[in-house]
Ligand binder design. Structure first.
Ligand code: NAI
Ligand code: MG
Length: 499
């Protein structure tokens, strides 16, 4: 019996093999050109749906819909209490139907059901967090020093039409994160989900309508990145792009945004250092270091993939991490025992197995994994073994490139090394981990590491109220936290002569 069967989770109608339409102006409609693309389960190859494939024409229609919805004030000038009521109803729907949402993500992109279901608290928490913020927005009055009597205050106003472009590695979370913050600011949205995992975006769009969101406030247009995504990024009537994905695509979006100088926030890739000192609680650090990189089959932007280990414990520690990886159960995400599912696509499989070869050619030692898994039913999907490379040197590609698979590059360090400089010697700056019982060292590192999040004696903790984002080429802008909504606000200063 699968976990889905045991919990009696209904398979969403979005995975019934039929045609799934895009959401524009409150209606589910076909692409103007009539095109569709297939959505398949990466664990089995099974067909889930034919998804309407948007192009520039569909993006034009969706942007026009979002523009009308913004300009007539049906959302931006709705009373904050009423916006909050609608977003709270949406949060209730996410809560009551979370099993269906989680299962749809599992079918569409492969992540184990135990994990997608485990995101319930975060998904519901984010939806409630952004609902709450709608009534917490405010400008300020400011004392000025110019001669005469002048009263000055600020208005914080929604930026306008937001193009949200999200990846496939955490689909329902990415949707609620981006759309929730933009909506609480009073913006309207055109969301382009990833072609690998579009289905929960359509389901969540439907749930927003059910919650009472006015037509046109959120539009969902599936399609290819270079077509629909690019059309959104360069669109002259889009005021802001909120993007999560690869650094290369982030750069393309930034270039495309120059035409109308739209505002851009970017949450990009990483190659995050995870540092283990010999004084750490190793019983925690072993599984912590393993899952920092293996969770979601390594398809996590902040994965702790550069594992620096104190040389005095290096061999034993790295072998224990490798053993942890060997013990993980890999399979179809619908099975209760499954801890790691497949990677999302043939392209990701090729990329990850390509790095197995690159690492070997560079002279790294494969301690565990390093292969595609093809026994029995695994042959139908894109499964790879959790992999630990040891004897990695800083300059190797497996120590520098974002692989986006379950791959750890383990690197020894000595007390005499400039460890902070080595940890920071990357173009990225998204996450960092540190395992030690020395509180002084922990704080020193937390300050010295150039990344948007630092986890000490833990890894990848996330909460709606805590900001998340990048330094350096991991992007800019913060998601989560009360300031997230400010990313979607313009500040206007008002001067009144009062004498
Ligand atoms: P991607 O960055 O190309 O795709 C992310 C989103 O951007 C998707 O919705 C895609 O359709 C869209 N997109 C692609 N090209 C676009 C363009 N020119 N203009 C506008 N939107 C565009 O990532 P992809 O191709 O899925 O994966 C490639 C690699 O990127 C992965 O192996 C991984 O290393 C990295 N990646 C990082 C993520 C992160 O969260 N940091 C998420 C996804 C991928
Ligand atoms: Mg791509």
């Amino acid at each position: 019996m699968t976990m889905q069967e045991r919990l009696s989770i209904p398979t969403s109608s979005y995975a019934d093999g039929g045609v799934k339409r895009m959401l524009i102006d409150g209606q589910f409609i076909e692409a103007v050109a009539g095109a569709t693309f297939e959505s398949r389960n990466p664990a089995t190859g099974a067909l889930l749906a034919h998804v309407a494939e948007g192009d520039g024409t569909d993006i034009d229609r969706a942007v026009a819909s979002a523009r009308r919805a913004f300009d007539d004030g049906r959302w931006s000038r709705m009373k904050p209490f009423d916006r909050q009521t609608i977003l709270s109803r949406f949060a209730d729907l996410v809560e009551s139907r979370h099993e269906e949402i989680a299962c749809l993500d599992t079918l569409d992109m492969g992540s184990p059901l135990v994990r997608t279901l485990g995101n319930r608290r975060r998904a519901v928490g984010m939806a409630r967090f952004y609902a709450g913020l709608t009534t917490a927005l405010r400008g300020e009055t400011i004392d000025n020093s110019i001669p005469g009597e002048f009263f000055t205050y600020t208005l914080h106003e929604p930026v306008g039409v937001v193009g949200a472009i999200i990846p496939w590695n955490n689909p329902h979370i990415a949707f609620i994160w981006k759309v929730g913050a933009a909506l609480s600011a009073g913006c309207t949205v055109v969301l382009k989900p990833a072609e690998e995992a579009s289905l929960t975006a359509l389901l969540l769009g439907e749930m927003l309508l059910e919650a009472g969101l006015p037509a046109g406030v959120v539009n969902v247009v599936p399609g290819r990145g270079e077509v629909a995504g690019a059309a959104l990024a360069q669109h002259p009537d889009v005021d802001q792009i909120a993007f999560t994905g690869s650094t290369a695509t982030g750069q393309a979006i930034l270039r495309a945004s120059a035409g109308n100088l739209k505002k851009v926030t970017l949450e990009l890739g990483g190659k995050s250092p995870n540092i283990v000192f010999s004084d750490a609680d190793l019983e925690r650090a072993v599984p912590g270091a393993a899952m920092a990189a293996f969770v979601n089959s390594g398809q996590v932007c902040s994965a702790g993939t550069r594992l620096f280990v104190d040389r005095s414990i290096y061999e034993e520690f790295v072998e224990r991490v490798a053993e942890f990886g060997r013990s993980l159960l890999i399979g179809n995400g619908l099975d209760e025992e499954t801890q790691l599912g497949p990677v999302v696509s043939q392209a990701q499989l090729d990329r990850v197995t390509g790095y197995f070869t690159i690492g070997r050619d560079e002279g790294a030692t494969v301690l565990s994994g390093g292969v595609r898994l093809v026994e029995g039913e695994l042959a139908q999907g894109y499964f790879v073994a959790p992999t630990v490379f040891s004897n990695v040197r800083d300059e190797m590609r497996v120590a520098r490139d974002e692989i986006f698979g379950p791959v750890i590059s383990a690197i020894p360090f000595d007390g005499s090394d400039d460890l902070i400089a080595r940890a920071n010697a990357t173009t990225f700056g998204l996450g960092a981990g540190l395992w030690t019982r020395d509180i002084g060292r922990a704080h020193t590192f937390a300050r010295a590491i150039r990344s948007g999040s630092v986890w000490i004696n833990c890894y990848n903790q996330m909460d709606p109220a805590v900001p998340f984002g990048g330094y350096k080429m991991s992007g800019y802008g913060r998601e989560g936290g009360v300031r997230h909504v400010e990313e979607f606000l313009n500040i206007k200063s008002v001067w009144i002569r009062t004498d």
